[in-house]
Design a binder for this molecule. Structure first.
Ligand code: ADP
Ligand code: GLC
Length: 477
């Protein structure tokens, strides 16, 4: 049994901006189910949705700040969550990273440096918790200083750093770096320095005992200039210690007992799925029609996700006999263009801007097709959720999407492995062609049903992935 401190900047259902929150919720639970002792540590943001009791456990002095360490548990489990409470840094409005106008909090470097230093105090058993970590598992740039700073400690725990997205690196100016009072040995190109800036993600990649990312294909992708963002050399250098482990799907995403959908179903009662489609049409004021092909999308509206490809073929799409249901928030320019289309085609397109967990589940259950034309995708969760819900994903051939969706071709229909549609080129034409390819299959209900069942039969449970992390923890000397 290992004591694992899971360091993360978001966890569902307390606070979520994307898939990191889902992973931070599911992976610790799956590790605990494999007999490990796991504790989560997270900043105490103002926006946290706390439902369980919160207790003060200790008070720490980090630089000139007095930080309280609070303890709660995740809803529906007894997983301990330690909250790093420092209102000057985590008490502002907005999400963990940006303010209400979508602009990065000006003191993000200081905020997450303080979080990292608090996590180190906990990991090293200096926080009056009578608990010392064997493994510190860090996630994304916000936690990148942990492996770096821990490497200076005597008898430090082993560290794992998981990259959920190389596109976000935590890069800050030299001036900001000075405020962080980092030991001078880190301020070199071998350390955290990156073209005169300080890079938090480098702290994780360069100093962790093991580095992982969230799919085998993305582990390869980030070792190339195209997706390594200048750190491909370092990643190639760490190649021996770099592993891609695919994310899983939490039990919360199961159409058989999902309380957030209108009608539960499984692969033997797939005809019931339509009730979710009609409920969605009623709710979103679309014409109620069981037969019409419904495309769904749930996404951060950012370039990574290929939203521009969808926008670029939207006029052509609107000429087809389909409906499209979109849920997301993000770049204002994408939001504006989507608002215009939704206003022009109210009979065909329903747009919901913002974050809505319940609607996300209903879209997964109600849609026939899920769109995920990402330019790059470290893992991606919705294409897996979609397969569990009998909703065929249309994805680009990249990263975790390539690793989890099997294209529908004559041979994959024949051998019953097809689970969705995959295309290569990152442009609107290729996406449109693939949507038309899916429409063709929709005319053959039996084949369609078989592809749905193939996806629903896939085992995306977290158990496999957690076991791979456990193997990794045990091979750290
Ligand atoms: P990423 O982390 O890059 O955003 P993932 O596919 O890994 O992409 O995870 C996205 C997660 O966030 C999924 O659980 C998805 O359902 C959820 N999500 C994204 N946008 C919204 C939204 N507007 N409302 C509800 N859930 C959302
Ligand atoms: C990131 C990636 C996404 C991945 C998620 C969880 O946000 O963009 O592909 O699924 O992290 O690992």
């Amino acid at each position: 049994m290992k004591k694992i401190l899971f360091v993360t900047s978001e966890v569902h259902p307390l606070i979520k901006t994307g898939g990191l929150a889902d992973v931070s919720y599911s992976l610790p639970k799956a590790l605990a189910a494999l007999g490990q002792e796991v504790k989560l540590i997270l900043p105490n943001y103002r926006a946290l949705k706390l439902t369980r009791n919160v207790q003060l456990r200790s008070v720490l002095k980090i630089g000139s700040y007095t930080v309280q360490l609070l303890e709660t548990t995740l809803p529906d489990s007894n997983m301990t969550v330690w909250l790093v409470d420092c209102p000057e840094y985590f008490g502002m409005a907005g999400n963990p990273y940006v303010n209400q106008n979508g602009v990065a909090h000006a003191n993000n470097a200081e905020r997450f440096a303080l979080f990292c230093r608090a996590a180190i105090e906990v990991a090293m058993n200096r926080a009056q918790l009578d608990w010392k970590a064997d493994i510190v598992h860090c996630n994304d740039w916000q936690t990148g200083l942990v492996p770096a700073l821990l490497s200076l400690e005597y008898q430090c725990p082993m560290t794992v750093f998981t990259i959920h997205n190389m596109a976000y690196q935590g890069l800050f100016s030299g001036l900001t770096a000075a405020k962080l009072q980092l030991p001078s040995q880190f301020l070199t190109p071998e350390g955290l320095e990156f073209h005169g800036m300080v890079s938090f993600i480098k702290g994780g990649i360069a100093y962790a005992d093991k580095v992982t990312t969230v799919s085998p294909s993305y582990a390869q992708d980030i070792q190339t200039a195209e997706l390594g963002y200048g750190l491909e050399g370092l990643l190639v250098y760490r190649n021996e210690d770099l592993k891609g482990i695919i994310n899983g799907v939490d039990d919360d995403w199961n159409p058989e007992n999902d309380p957030l959908i209108v009608q539960n179903y499984n692969q033997y009662s797939l005809h019931l799925k339509t009730q979710n489609k009609t409920a969605l049409q009623e709710r979103l004021n679309l014409p109620v029609d069981e037969k019409v092909l419904m495309l769904g999308l749930i996404s951060r509206l950012v370039e990574q996700k290929g939203i521009d490809m969808i926008l670029d073929c939207m006029s052509e799409l609107m000429a087809l006999p389909i409906q499209i249901v979109l849920l997301g928030s993000g770049d204002k320019s994408f939001e504006q263009r989507l608002i215009q289309f939704a206003a022009t085609y109210p009979q065909k397109m329903a747009l919901t801007l913002g974050y809505n967990e319940e609607l996300a589940h209903l879209i997964e259950a109600g849609a026939d097709i899920f769109l995920m034309p990402s330019r790059f995708e470290p893992c991606g969760l919705n294409q897996m959720y979609s397969q569990c819900y009998g909703t065929l994903p249309i994805v680009r051939n990249t990263g975790g999407l390539a690793d989890t969706v099997v294209d529908t071709l004559p041979e994959t229909i024949e051998n019953q492995t097809a689970t969705g549609f995959v295309f290569n080129e990152a442009n609107a034409g290729a996406l449109l062609e693939t949507i038309k390819r899916a429409m063709l299959l929709y005319n053959f209900p039996e084949s369609w049903r078989q592809v749905q069942v193939n996806g629903m039969n896939r085992d995306f449970s977290w158990r496999h992935s957690a076991a791979q992390y456990l193997d990794l923890y045990s091979c750290i000397e």
